[in-house]
Ligand binder design. Structure first.
Ligand SMILES: Cc1cc2nc3c(=O)[nH]c(=O)nc-3n(C[C@H](O)[C@H](O)[C@H](O)COP(=O)(O)OP(=O)(O)OC[C@H]3O[C@@H](n4cnc5c(N)ncnc54)[C@H](O)[C@@H]3O)c2cc1C
Length: 500
């Protein structure tokens, strides 16, 4: 039975940070376009974007060692780190624009300054970190990074990690104070509040079941109203599938050829959360370690100060694991039902290739609390069982596709924007670097889907993001200006006094 039918310009599926960002950008570019959102849960930002479901790192490659790979000649490739840092600067400019324009308030409710550190043990890793530091610290994007392998200095930076450290193994760390902790859940909710104030219609407890193209080139969604149980039909000129882990199934339902031969591999996560205020008070940084051999990049351990629910917390993890669900609130049949005649060969090829990863993830799920404590003790040597609890994090669905470099069924660790040839539908798949680069990724969606408007919209985009289309690394003066102004607007540094 269908009791409601609507027609609109734009439909956003899913109320996570990606839909929130795209909707907010579009409201600035074309305020007159009507936007409707469908979210199957009762609130916005309850899946991966929720503050307890992700690590809240403002990924700018300041501390994540997997973004700087050691090449076979021993040199460090910093290209990925540069790319991610530049993308993060785009997010910082967008958020600053929203605060300056009073479209959102109280930035401290979603972003806080926090030193980002990398921490390694063993001679080989110390040599790697030193080389990484040399390669990055000359680059304007990473200015202010410090390196130390002196125990006294490290004790000052990370007392909790250095206390009771018995081994004589060489250790080293880098530290950069311009890092951030971001509450992406709070940001998502703020952006949806703003969208609602601009007349966007947000439908909670509405599960999108199907997407079909109509004969007049529009998209019709079959949506189940979870309160009434009725099925509704909603039509739009443009649809964004921002369903997080739910996006792959919806993309497949749209039937666009660009969505074929793509699969998904779910990776679950668990954080340890400290419940002892004395321990929490002793740490003030995000400290990223190095992934163990065979471990996927999303399981790099880190010990993070977090600001959640208006208080300081301390989290360790995430421990990656395997679960067949594509969303935390998903179904155990998600993985099986994502395999269809179009992607079965790709999935089978990936199954063979990634057997060791699957085994690794299953082993991780089976770890006992004591085994997890042992991993934590690599960071906090005297960590006590009773001070730590567990919290289940969000699901990340990694994209599997056929690539020239990797062949059939290659697992991807980045994000993928899939669009139809006519730009009337777009889907976001994958999860890394994730929410931190949402603005860059959503601008890509806009560029790919609305090429006919880009020239007209460009002045506004440049007003929102002054560095749009410009490499900040190659323009250190602009970088300094943007760095200072965004940090001031977002409350990350004190505003300089104005003297008359
Ligand atoms: C463990 C973990 C750690 C992470 N750490 C970081 C980090 O430190 N920094 C960072 O930048 N990123 C991080 N990420 C990635 C980041 O969380 C995600 O990239 C981001 O939140 C994705 O946002 P989204 O809007 O695409 O998806 P989501 O936030 O998952 O939102 C999707 C929404 O769509 C809804 N939905 C799905 N299907 C349907 C349907 N059929 N009908 C209606 N609604 C539907 C869901 O209920 C959900 O609300 C992490 C992720 C995980 C899991």
């Amino acid at each position: 039975m269908s009791d409601r039918e609507t027609k609109t310009d734009v439909i956003l599926i899913g109320a996570g940070v990606m839909s929130a960002t795209l909707g907010t950008l579009m409201k600035e570019l074309v305020p007159e376009w009507e936007i409707t959102v469908f979210e199957k849960l009762a609130k916005e930002g309850e899946e991966s974007s929720n503050e307890w479901n992700n690590a809240g790192t403002g990924h700018a490659a300041l501390c994540e060692l997997n973004y700087t790979v050691e090449k076979s000649d021993g040199s460090i490739d910093i290209n990925k780190a540069i790319k991610i840092n530049e993308q993060f600067q785009v997010s910082m400019q967008f958020w600053s624009y929203l605060v300056n324009s009073r479209l959102i308030r109280n930035p401290q409710d979603f972003i806080m300054p926090l030193p980002h550190m990398s921490f390694v043990k063993g001679e080989r890793n110390v040599t790697f970190l030193k080389k990484r530091f040399k390669a990055l610290s000359n680059n304007p994007l990473f200015q202010g990074m410090e390196f130390s392998d002196e125990p006294e200095q490290l004790m000052e930076w990370i007392p909790l990690i250095m206390q009771d450290r018995a081994s004589n193994e060489p250790i080293a760390a880098t530290k950069i104070d311009s890092g951030t902790d971001i509450n992406f859940g709070a940001l998502t909710r703020m952006l949806f509040d703003h969208l609602e104030s601009k007349n966007a219609v947000i439908n909670h407890k509405h599960n999108v079941k199907d997407i079909k193209r109509t004969s007049d080139g529009l998209w019709e969604l079959k949506v189940q109203n979870l309160d009434s149980g009725t099925v509704e039909r909603h039509t739009a000129k443009f649809v964004f599938i921002g369903g997080g882990g739910g996006s792959l199934h919806l993309l497949q339902k749209s039937g666009i050829p660009e969505g074929k031969h793509i699969g998904g591999f779910p990776v679950s996560g668990i954080f340890m959360v400290c419940n002892n205020p004395d321990i929490i008070a002793q740490h003030h940084a995000k400290v990223y370690g190095k992934a163990k051999v065979g471990a996927p990049p999303m399981s790099i351990p880190h010990l993070d100060t977090r600001y959640i629910d208006n208080k300081k917390s301390l989290l360790f993890g995430p421990f990656a694991g395997f679960s067949p669900k594509f969303l935390k609130n998903g179904s155990i049949f998600d993985l099986v039902t994502s395999v269809n005649p179009n992607n079965v060969l790709t999935m089978l090829a990936a199954g063979v290739k990634e057997m060791s990863l699957t085994k690794y993830l299953i082993k991780q799920v089976m770890l006992s609390k004591e085994e997890r404590m042992e991993e934590l003790r690599e960071f906090i040597p005297n960590a006590k069982r009773e001070d730590w609890d567990f919290v289940v994090a969000g699901q990340r669905v990694q994209v599997i596709k056929d690539t020239e470099a990797g062949g059939k069924g290659t697992l991807q660790f980045g994000t993928e924007v899939i669009t139809s040839a006519d730009g009337s539908i777009a889907a976001l798949l994958g999860a890394s670097p994730g929410a931190s680069t949402a603005v860059h990724v959503m601008l890509e969606v806009i560029k790919k889907c609305f090429p006919q408007y880009i020239e007209e919209w460009e002045p506004k985009i440049k007003e929102i993001i002054p560095s749009y289309g410009i490499s900040l690394m190659k323009n250190p003066e602009l970088l300094h200006e943007i760095h200072t102004s965004t940090a001031q607007t977002l409350g990350l540094i004190e505003k300089e006094p104005v003297f008359s």
